[in-house]
Design a protein. Sequence first.
Length: 395
Amino acid sequence: MPLTIGQFNDGYLPVTDGVVTVARNYTYWLNQKYAKCMLFAPTKTDQSFHEAFDVVGYRSFALPKRPPYRVGVPKIDRGYRRTVNNIPFDLVHTHSPFSSGSEALRIARKRNIPIVATFHSKFYDDFFEYTKSKTLAKTGVDIVIHFFNKVNSVWTVSDSTVETLRSYGYKGEITVVPNGTDFHMPADPQAARQQANTFAGVTDEQPLFMFVGQHIWQKNIRLIAQAAQKLHQHHPGFRLLMVGDGIARHELQAWTEEQGLHDVIQFAGVVQDRELLSALYLRANAFVFPSVYDNAPCVVKEASAMGCPTITVRGCNAAQGMVDGENGLLCENNLDSLCAQMQAVLEDPLRAAAIGRRAQQTLAPSWESIVDRVYTEYVKLLYAYTPDRARELHL
């Protein structure tokens, strides 16, 4: 009899952020290799999925000002409650401390099974951006830490993220389990590059920078656009492709049009076709990601897997594992420094490509290998909290 595990998250497709990527890959690879694993998330009532694993949705409503995010209300979804009450969970893992976290904790306490919670995001930044109040943001962080103090095992996604969680006030034990990537080099790289050229509207010779992620101000997207504007004054001809969507997209897109940059900066929207997205990384000369908000962004690992060097801010969480000029391009958190690194890519593309190849070797572990570690940690927890069940399953 295999383990039965629930992965809980406050978002799922069409949300395509890093936390969704983590929960989705945990569920997929655990199912493939070790356990019966299901994913639980807020969904629309008419939403269906075509996955190699079970996705169990529950009632939700749209989160104001943050489409396509939704707020789940599993307590009032009778159909969901009937389904979940018949699932023989051995362990639950939540990727959010909010509604899905509360649901996972309810199940864990009712079944007397262990619960894992992963700290993924800089919640203070999110709360402050949403409320514009330091007091309310601090209150929100206190609520988050109160939740993490209730679970059996707290995980983070990088060593630097441990420091963020400590700064919020968490004093308990923390396990670091890094993120991975499901991207790999295509059988026909030239065909993939041509696919990317067609999508981005560029030629083989035209330099291409790329950003992938939520279009929110916390990710420093204004700085990216300003750097492109400044660089274009002396090095015209390149293209910057902005992939994703978010609350700041329309304002940033309007600014680029006002500045006459509509031929320089292209807003591509969300790209859910993973083959196309990997081709875009493969084609890009550099991935521009000066976010000091992200903890261990999956997009950096995706770019690295495709041999695309990342430009990011020195000392930020996203830069963990990078050495400037070796497997990454590090800048300061200002316009001139970011622009200088982008210019260096244009002036020496062979050096940038070599840095990308080293990133591919050092910064892009596969999700399959990461889930081996995940399963090992789960087994330790089961022996610590439900040893009789662990022995019964011959773990």
